[in-house]
Design a protein around this ligand. Structure first.
Ligand code: NAD
Ligand code: ZN
Ligand code: ZN
Length: 340
């Protein structure tokens, strides 16, 4: 089976023929139909974060496919079931985080496409308990971006605790941001979308953003303050300067939720403003299995639209360049036989 492999950080990925993996106890083998290209995969392939994966590895954590073989002890998934394999590939289920509904904080977690091989491949293994069944009516190509971009932003808005009538700023309208705009609208918020390309700003408006801010021409913080300041702001752009700009646009009591992970990112948080204004700076990482189930349910009910372009896996390196140049309409999804 073919897989796109990171052999060394910063080098182009190489398409390799690899033996078909055999599912061990508690695992399933998935014939991948589609896998989204999350910006995290680019950070992974370049080894940009403090905790690095170990080459050679196969990236990809927006994987969707059909269960093809089940390992010993797997009873709730059968061959032919469509599942999604997210970043949270496994969590222990016993630690204080797991048992309090915060499994994404589990210290023993296994991350798909990072600490185990992911979905840039024709076949992959998944821990059955973390392979999320995809409801009827959702195609593999649509399910893929929901599996990380969707669940991550849906969860980040939960973390922000937004309520109807609040002003929510979404900085970066890429894979994550285009879904964040929609979830914030579903939650009843007024949405300000910020980006640096015309296409993304147009897309945000199409998806229901009430206000679009071109960060090339305007200081987002100043514009947000003109509207009274944001109750919550999601930092989804891979640019730490954009985080500081967003923080300055918070309303008193507002929350900045950090989601993007710019390499070596550091944000200066002024003590005086933070104390006097009662603002918070929080982090949010992906979402739980329950969050993903909710994301799928919303999509199955026709309440979200997933914007994507397909590419063959053989074009993985060109696709990464396209994302970095900001030329992609929201998300690239590798089509590994979704139409078969
Ligand atoms: P993406 O490349 O699809 O989107 C980024 C968007 O930001 C693009 O639309 C780009 O035009 C825009 N942008 C760039 N500079 C900007 C600026 N100064 N101001 C406003 N917008 C700007 O990336 P993505 O896949 O959506 O991922 C975004 C980030 O989120 C990455 O760092 C990724 O690793 C991270 N991520 C985090 C989690 C998590 O759980 N915390 C999950 C998934 C992804
Ligand atoms: Zn991701
Ligand atoms: Zn745990």
């Amino acid at each position: 089976m073919k897989a796109a492999v990171v052999r060394a950080f910063g080098e182009p990925l190489v398409i390799k023929d690899r033996p078909e993996p055999e599912p061990g106890p508690g695992q399933v083998r998935v014939r991948v139909e589609a896998c989204g290209l999350c910006h995290t995969d680019i950070h992974a392939a370049r080894g940009e974060w403090p905790v690095r994966p170990h080459p050679p590895f196969v990236p990809g954590h927006e994987a969707v496919g059909l269960v093809e073989a089940v390992g010993a002890g797997v009873t709730h998934l059968s061959v032919g079931r469509r599942v999604a394999v997210p970043w949270l590939g496994w969590a222990c289920g016993r630690c204080e985080h797991c048992v309090s509904g915060r499994e994404t904080l589990c210290e023993q977690q296994i991350n798909t496409g990072y600490s185990c091989d992911g979905g840039y491949a024709e076949k992959m293994l998944a821990r059955a308990g973390f392979a999320q069944p995809v409801p009827q009516g959702i195609t593999a190509l649509e399910a893929a971006p929901l599996t990380c971009a969707g669940v991550t932003t849906y969860k980040a808005l939960k973390v922000a605790g937004i309520r109807p009538t609040q002003l929510v700023a979404i900085s970066g309208v890429g894979g994550l941001g285009h879904l964040a705009v929609q979830y914030a609208k579903i939650a009843g918020a007024t949405v300000a979308a910020i980006d640096v390309t015309d296409d993304k700003l147009d897309l945000a408006a199409e998806l229901g953003a009430d206000l679009v801010i071109d960060a090339r021409k305007h200081q987002a913080g100043e514009v947000l303050r003109r509207y009274g300041g944001a109750h919550a702001a999601l930092a989804l752009a891979v640019d730490e300067a954009a985080f500081e700009e967003l923080r300055s646009g918070l309303r008193r009591g507002g929350k900045l939720v950090m989601v993007a992970l710019p390499p070596h990112g550091t944000v200066r948080v002024p003590v005086f403003d933070t104390v006097l204004n009662g603002t918070s700076v929080l982090g949010s990482v992906v979402g739980t299995r329950q969050d993903l189930a909710e994301v799928f349910r919303l999509h199955a009910a026709g309440r979200t639209s997933v914007v994507y372009e397909t590419r063959p896996l053989a074009r993985v390196n060109e696709s990464i360049d396209e994302v970095l140049r900001g030329e992609v309409r929201a998300r690239i999804v590798f089509d590994l036989g979704a139409g078969r």
